[in-house]
Design a protein around this ligand. Structure first.
Ligand SMILES: Cc1cc2nc3c(=O)[nH]c(=O)nc-3n(C[C@H](O)[C@H](O)[C@H](O)COP(=O)(O)OP(=O)(O)OC[C@H]3O[C@@H](n4cnc5c(N)ncnc54)[C@H](O)[C@@H]3O)c2cc1C
Length: 271
C-alpha cells in the first residue's frame, strides 16, 4: 500500500518545527522515518503534514555538565554505537545501540524518534528508565523535563502534546567504576526484544537500578531488587519475586523469559 497524501515541510529550527506542528491539525514530526514510514505505508498514520526534523541543528547538540550529558534527539543509533556521541554510561548506551535492528536502520533511526514512538519493546525505552534519564520536551511555552515513567503513559502513548517535540535526553554521567548490565531476549540478532533486563550499579554514586522491560507496557523499575543490589545482598530470589508480581496475569513463559533477562543482566554486574 502507499501512504495517503500529505504535505511536507523541512523545519530548520526548533521554534520553526514547533510552530508548524501547532499550526496544522494532524501534523506529525518525522526524524529517521524508520517507524513512521511503515505506519504511513499501512495507512495506520494519516498525517496532513509531516514536519521533517533532520535539518534542525538544535536536535544534534551535545551538552556536557558535571552530572549529565544532554544528547540531542536527532542523534542516530549508529552514531551512539560508534562513539560519535561520547558514552558516559559505563558503555551501556553504545552497547544498546549496537543491538538495535541492523545497520541500515541504525544509520537513520534516532534516539528521539524511538522514544517518541514509545514501543514498549524499544531498547531506548528500557535504557532511559534504568538510567533515570530526563527527557527534554520543547513546545511553544518553552521546555520541560520528564522521567521516562512520566513521559511514556502506555504502549505507543506519551505525554507529548501535538505541538511538542522531544528535543533531547539528559543521561547521568556514571562513575568510572560503575557497571551496567543489559540482556535482550530476541529470536534473531537485531530483532525487537521479547524481554529486556537492564541494570546500572554505581556504588560511588550510591546508585543501583534494575529494570524489567519489553512488557507490552512501560518498563518497571524493580525497587526491592535495586535496593538489595545496592546493599550487596543476594538478589536472585527478590528479583524473581518482583518480576512475577509485576507480570502477574501474563503467561508463565512470558514471565520466565523476563526473569531470565533480568537474572542475566544482574549477572553482568556481578550480582
Ligand atoms: C526492521 C526494523 C527493526 C527494528 N528493530 C528495533 C530494535 O531491535 N530495537 C529498537 O529499539 N528499535 C527497533 N526499530 C525501531 C528503530 O529503532 C526506529 O529508529 C525508531 O523506533 C524510530 O526512530 P525514527 O527516528 O526513525 O523515528 P520516526 O519513524 O521518524 O518517528 C517515530 C514516531 O516518533 C515521532 N517523532 C520522531 N521524532 C520525534 C521527536 N524528536 N519529537 C517528537 N516526536 C517525534 C514521529 O511523529 C513518529 O510518531 C526497528 C525498526 C525497523 C524498521
Amino acid at each position: 500500500m502507499k501512504p495517503a497524501a500529505y504535505d511536507l515541510t523541512l523545519a530548520t529550527s526548533l521554534p520553526d518545527a514547533v510552530a508548524a506542528l501547532g499550526a496544522h491539525e494532524g501534523a506529525k514530526a518525522v526524524s529517521g522515518g524508520c517507524s513512521l514510514g511503515p505506519m504511513l505505508n499501512l495507512r495506520l498514520a494519516r498525517p496532513s503534514l509531516l514536519v521533517d526534523l533532520r535539518r534542525v541543528e538544535a536536535l544534534r547538540a551535545l551538552k556536557r555538565s558535571d552530572t549529565h550529558l544532554e544528547i540531542g534527539a536527532g542523534w542516530t543509533h549508529g552514531e551512539i554505537e560508534d562513539g560519535v556521541v561520547p558514552d558516559v554510561t559505563a558503555g551501556l548506551m553504545a552497547r544498546v545501540a549496537h543491538g538495535i535492528a541492523y545497520r541500515a536502520v541504525r544509520n537513520r533511526g534516532t534516539i528521539g524518534g524511538s522514544l517518541a514512538h514509545a514501543d514498549p519493546a524499544a531498547d531506548w525505552v528500557s535504557t532511559m528508565a534504568v538510567l533515570d534519564a530526563r527527557l527534554v520536551i520543547t513546545g511553544a511555552g518553552g521546555t520541560r523535563l520528564s522521567r521516562l515513567g512520566d513521559f511514556m503513559i502506555a504502549a505507543y502513548t506519551t505525554s507529548l502534546a501535538d505541538d511538542e517535540i522531544l528535543s533531547a535526553v539528559q543521561v547521568p554521567v556514571l562513575s568510572a567504576t560503575a557497571r551496567a548490565g543489559y540482556h535482550k531476549v530476541c529470536r534473531k540478532t537485531g530483532e525487537f526484544a521479547q524481554a529486556i533486563g537492564a541494570v546500572v550499579l554505581d556504588r560511588e554514586a550510591g546508585l543501583a537500578r534494575v529494570v524489567c522491560g519489553a512488557i507490552e507496557a512501560p518498563p518497571v523499575v524493580l525497587e526491592a531488587t535495586s535496593a538489595a543490589l545496592l546493599k550487596g545482598e543476594p538478589v536472585e530470589r527478590v528479583a524473581d519475586e518482583e518480576v512475577e508480581a509485576a507480570l502477574a496475569g501474563h503467561p508463565a513463559s512470558f514471565r520466565a523469559m523476563h526473569r531470565a533477562a533480568v537474572a542475566r543482566a544482574l549477572n553482568e554486574v556481578g550480582a
